[in-house]
Design a protein around this ligand. Structure first.
Ligand SMILES: C[S@@+](CC[C@H](N)C(=O)[O-])C[C@H]1O[C@@H](n2cnc3c(N)ncnc32)[C@H](O)[C@@H]1O
Length: 230
């Protein structure tokens, strides 16, 4: 599924909570296309505003459990689920805690995945981009992605599916390899080319110098990777 870039109305979230953006909506769209939510036990690992968790509940999931390390996000996601009339359990803590509550039929993740330059640049990035912990993911962008790939067999029930969204800058091939090494079938099922947001704009030059982005790029490709447990 290749989605054309479409502008969207930004959902206002309080400062400190990642506002739903293209990556959020691409993940929701891929979940809906996969048709796996109805009747499923679902985990949303880095829930932020709860937009993905609420969409899973609205799509007919039997049970939705969400996690975030940020207390503002947890509070907002709970309120948002409640306002939508959806039953979502939101836990404050690392995504890794999901293993305690699993296994799941469907795991959804929009984790932090933006590579972070050695010199901290977060002060020049506007607060509309959400909190730094929503995007900063180490110098290669894989701080969460690598452990997430390794945890797939623990999170997923037999025949379960994980959908992960991230940018081309954080090495799509490495995610596919990391999932396959851990026994999953893995493929890219959705992609979208989007203009740089404020974080990518601030980091584009460093990303190009580091070879994580093609020279002269003005857009980035985001992908949804689907992993299926045997
Ligand atoms: C890119 S945002 C995604 C938010 C939401 N799922 C969406 O799609 O709009 C990433 C979220 O992960 C949270 N986060 C960062 N590290 C985490 C961790 N180790 N465990 C759980 N959540 C984490 C951040 O607080 C942030 O809310």
């Amino acid at each position: 599924m290749t989605t054309a870039y479409t502008d969207f109305d930004t959902v206002a979230t309080p400062v400190g909570v990642y506002p739903p953006q293209q990556d959020s909506y691409l993940l929701v769209e891929a979940m809906e296309q996969a048709g796996l939510a109805p009747g499923s036990r679902v985990a949303d690992l880095c829930t932020g505003s709860g937009v993905v968790a609420v969409a899973a509940a609205a799509a007919g999931a039997a049970e939705v459990t969400a996690f975030d390390i940020c207390s503002n996000a947890v509070q907002y996601a709970r309120a948002s689920a409640s306002a939508a009339g959806m039953d979502v359990s939101v836990h404050r803590g690392s995504w890794a805690r999901a293993v305690e509550f699993g296994p799941y039929d469907l795991v959804l993740a929009n984790p932090p995945y933006v590579p972070h330059p050695p010199l901290d640049d977060t002060s020049v990035i506007p607060s509309t981009a959400g909190p730094a912990q929503a995007w900063n993911a180490g110098t290669d962008g894989r701080l969460v992605l690598d452990p997430l790939c390794a945890a797939a067999p623990l999170l997923l029930d037999e025949g379960g599916t994980m959908l992960i969204v991230h940018s081309e800058c954080s090495n799509v091939q490495q995610t596919l390899r990391g999932l396959r090494v851990h026994g999953m079938r893995a493929e890219v099922v959705a992609q979208q080319v989007i203009p740089f947001g404020p974080v990518m704009t601030a980091r584009a030059q460093w990303l190009m110098q580091s070879g994580l982005l093609a020279p002269g790029a003005r857009c980035e490709r985001i992908v949804v990777i689907r992993a299926d447990a045997p």
